[in-house]
Design a protein around this ligand. Structure first.
Ligand code: XMP
Ligand code: MG
Length: 182
């Protein structure tokens, strides 16, 4: 499936093709596999945007990982950060002493992640690193250090591969610019 399948639906130019995503996700998985050799990391996925990335990433990690989900809300249906973060769903397990890898779809201002790291850090994990598929190139000063980054992005709003506008487009296999004019 490519852009041609989505005429007139607000799907703009391709920013990252499905093939490039797959290649990069495999590289990230291999990196995590070697960095965490002998360990059983706890993957914490930030819903909803991170669900497709996580599904692909964990299948590229050759370690006994466990997977937990969190849901936060900061954007609502807007395409700009509102600056306020709410927990909609917490993890189901105690993360104390665990090697946590937080998996994010995209870090923009870094506000969402900052909030999450403060929250999870207080629960005393053995270690905590972040793996984000995308990092906005001009990420805000709030943006924490990211151990794993898939792609650096220009300031365009993107959709697809888990990323949405008002809940739609998450199922696009590639990542495209959102074109509100269409
Ligand atoms: P902050 O600014 O807190 O934002 O780092 C991170 C969260 O905002 C959402 N986000 C996007 N969602 N296309 C999307 O579909 C985008 O281009 C985009 N930029 C930010 C996303 O949920 C992320 O977790
Ligand atoms: Mg969103």
């Amino acid at each position: 499936m490519d852009d041609e399948t989505w005429p007139g639906l607000g799907v703009g130019d391709t920013v990252v093709s499905a093939e490039k995503i797959a290649t990069r996700v495999a590289e990230l998985g291999a990196e995590i596999t070697s960095d965490y050799a002998g360990k059983a990391p706890l993957i914490i996925t930030v819903l909803k945007g991170g669900f497709i990335f996580t599904a692909d990433l964990v299948r590229e990690i050759a370690l006994p990982v466990e997977i937990e989900f969190m849901a936060l809300s900061s954007y609502g249906n807007e395409t700009r950060s509102s600056g306020s973060v709410q927990i909609l769903k917490d993890v189901d397990v105690d993360i104390a002493g665990r090697d946590v890898i937080v998996v994010e779809d995209i870090v923009d201002t870094g506000l969402t992640l900052r909030y999450l790291l403060d929250l999870l850090g207080a629960r005393q994990p053995a270690s905590m690193e972040i793996c984000s598929l995308f990092l906005r190139e001009e990420a805000g000063t709030e943006a924490p250090d990211l151990r794993y980054v898939g792609f650096r992005l220009p300031p365009v709003f993107i959709i697809g591969y888990g990323l949405d506008v008002a809940g739609r487009y998450r199922n696009l296999p590639h990542v495209a610019a959102f074109d509100p004019s269409v």
